[in-house]
Design a protein around this ligand. Sequence first.
Ligand code: G6P
Ligand code: ZN
Length: 602
Amino acid sequence: CSLVSSNYLLFSAAPIHPDMVRFNVTTKHTAPIDGQKPGTSGLRKKVKVFIQPNYLENFVQSTFNALTAEKVRGATLVVSGDGRYYSKDAIQIIIKMAAANGVRRIWVGQNGLLSTPAVSAVIRERAGVDGSRASGAFILTASHNPGGPHEDFGIKYNMENGGPAPEGITDKIYENTKSIKEYLIAEDLPNVDISAIGVSNFCGPEGQFDVEVFDSASDYVKLMKSIFDFESIRKLQSSPKFSFCYDALHGVAGAYAKRIFMEELGAQESSLLNCVPKEDFGGGHPDPNLTYAKELVARMGLGKSSSGQEPPEFGAAADGDADRNMVLGKRFFVTPSDSVAIIAANAVEAIPYFSAGLKGVARSMPTSAALDVVAKNLNLKFFEVPTGWKFFGNLMDAGMCSVCGEESFGTGSDHIREKDGIWAVLAWLSILAYKNKGNLDGGKLVTVEDIVRQHWATYGRHYYTRYDYENVDAGAAKELMANLVKLQSSLDEVNGIVKGIRSDVSKVVHGDEFEYKDPVDGSISKHQGIRYLFEDGSRLVFRLSGTGSEGATIRLYIEQYEKDPSKTGRDSQEALAPLVEVALKLSKMQEFTGRSAPTVIT
Ligand code: G6P
Ligand code: ZN
């Protein structure tokens, strides 16, 4: 079929491979649908929005058009996701549209499952059965948002480097959705069985089209084995002193957890919670934090609903598409900001992939400065970027950054171009294995809590908390932010107000709106959050969320640096109480929003 030109097909009835199913291309008329602007991580809407006639089709065709027909024709593309409700239908539609747009091959993870980090790995690492390589992917996920017929679906496109499409492309996609008149689809292409591994060949007007269904975990597992010392983690897992627990919250991480933690590393089956991926995440909210990972939190002896049993030494959870992570010790929570700092501080010794040294480290602006202190001490290149993983991708492509993280439960490295939930867990297990090298036979286990407290003793501690005000009136949120910017014009005035609120907090020495100039492409991102920096290293940051779907979400990040090792063991809410009071009064939070308390505190 691949040798047959469309002319040949027109004039000859004799197919070269008579057993290959032929398909035709239909041009369907359509009209623009409002609101198809991709957010920070693709287009996310309720399922009932996505299943409207032409909704998905318009977006997919607009993506093909943005990539340009030239690049789409003959391409190999990945289509898969976190397995949420509507994924299976969406995959068949995208396959038919890809065939009609001249794509040469579609790769699908078995049952349509691939975690977001695994998609990134597949684009970068995988060779198809015929040696082909993928140049991009449609990832079907709404990340940590709930799934099911009444919940969210989402789609995003990732590029050749394995990272999310840059704004130039997503803007083009959006522009295309506003003027789309038609899309191409191979309506007569039969549905492909995505539950069975194998290749199906088809023959269309432009030649051969293949769909390859492959094992969702193999490529990712192979990559993880090339990064970490699995043998040392296996030893840790098999020690009676160590115990482990992983909660996939019924997201796609379950498909990897069994393979990696059980089969490769020898964890008990009973240590895996909610590791069967479900279309509705079992009705839960697949977000790995202290509020939503309830079962894990109880098992780890945190929160009110502790089970009474002795908690495991290590616990972790992932979100729906397995790019986020939460790491816990026995009765101990590791903040994401501390987590990335601790991984960076130990990477060279504990993780073979980094043994030659780190190229640099980076964090998003609202993430605490714990990583900054490590970078300074270890003399590492350091970058502070706006919120959003894409900013790290640029640094990594340029060889300037090895490890990075965000306060929003994202941690990762330059092995791929997405954050990586399972990688973060393996990094922590590697650090535990390294710290306990001589300890597993005799001696006391060095625990997660020991590692964190030791880190604080060496580098100081960044007390940290985040207050979220969800679904606030968008106008009120804007006014609150504008007022905070206006205040910054006179630091004397600010300090007068601050002293009037609490005399025991230090002085504001700088206030600005965070602006970032990308050192690689020179692009400038403005208005990335309002910062108040204090003389003692404390910070207040105010930001509007870029991922909310209703109204506005105000995020307030509060941070205080404590260098004195005798004072790093306090309760963080208590330690931060004076700064919190200053933040709320200075911003007039209640006056502007009408809220006397935040929706969520983390
Ligand atoms: C997504 C991105 C993250 C980012 C987060 C911010 O999860 O992948 O890189 O940190 O959104 O969310 P926010 O709601 O604070 O804008
Ligand atoms: Zn996610």
